[in-house]
Ligand binder design. Structure first.
Ligand code: SF4
Length: 250
């Protein structure tokens, strides 16, 4: 069963706590102000390292972005991008998608996995937008999370990328990296979002999410983070913590 955003702990930390930066209570000791300054340096380093960071899903409208984001649960953006051209051609708007035959939709999106559940969410979302919002995609967090299959992560993707409203997306990369960087000790995505929004200036929420996701894909992978060549090495306590845990000199 796919929960809204698929934000279960097992999806955020699929390999258990081994990939977390800190076990509970092992955050670096620092004042709120020091953490804020460190977060700012991390933000600058990430922006410098990943100036090309952007939403990797292909879309031309809020409707298309929401469909693509719903399909991206437990699936790579690359696979989603191979499926959406046919989807958008056959169902170009919420009106058409609301009337889709589930079996036809399932056939189109099958390769993204969890296709029965995603079909239900896509048709449910389209009907809700058609019936409750006159066919127009809602633009607020409160309204978006009321749509079938939409949780805070998906809503923040929509706010930041479709509507230009700051949105801090906590996906598996952002959850893992923010723990390793000592910006949070939480594993629940909603709590991680709360911690990060207190450290990162609002106008940077959207781009910070993109940069973290790119950093997670390119440098700070779940299994083998490339700490030696990482631009935030000096501000990330994870390498020192790992050395200590392994009994090596930090
Ligand atoms: S120093 Fe290592 S753990 Fe920290 S962000 Fe860079 S790659 Fe990830």
């Amino acid at each position: 069963m796919l929960a809204p955003d698929d934000n279960s702990l097992s999806s955020v930390f699929p390999h258990g706590t081994a990939i977390l930066g800190y076990p509970a209570g092992a955050m670096p000791r620092e004042s709120k102000q020091a953490r804020g300054l460190r977060a700012k340096r991390i933000l600058n380093a990430l922006f410098e390292a990943h100036p090309d960071a952007h939403c990797a899903l292909h879309y031309t409208s809020p409707y298309e972005l929401l469909c693509a984001t719903l399909l991206s649960a437990q699936c790579t953006d690359k696979v989603v991008n191979t499926v959406t051209p046919a989807l958008f051609k056959r169902f170009p708007d919420v009106g058409r998608l609301a009337q889709a035959r589930p079996s036809e939709l399932e056939r189109i999106i099958r390769s993204t996995g969890f296709y029965k559940n995603k079909t239900k969410n896509l048709i449910g979302m389209a009907r809700a937008v058609r019936d409750k919002h006159g066919g127009h995609m809602p633009k607020t967090m409160e309204e978006l999370v009321e749509l079938p299959g939409v949780g805070r992560k998906t809503a923040n993707v929509m706010l930041g990328n479709a509507f230009g409203t700051p949105g801090l997306v906590v996906d598996t990369h952002v959850a893992r990296l923010s723990n390793r960087m000592g910006l949070t000790r939480e594993s629940d995505p909603v709590r991680i979002e709360r911690d990060l929004t207190q450290l990162i200036p609002e106008e940077h929420w959207t781009q910070f999410s993109h940069a973290m996701i790119f950093h997670g894909r390119r440098i700070c992978s779940a299994r083998n983070p490339s700490c030696e060549s990482c631009p935030v090495f000096c501000d990330c306590p994870f390498p020192r913590q790992s050395s200590r845990r392994a009994g090596r000199k930090p």
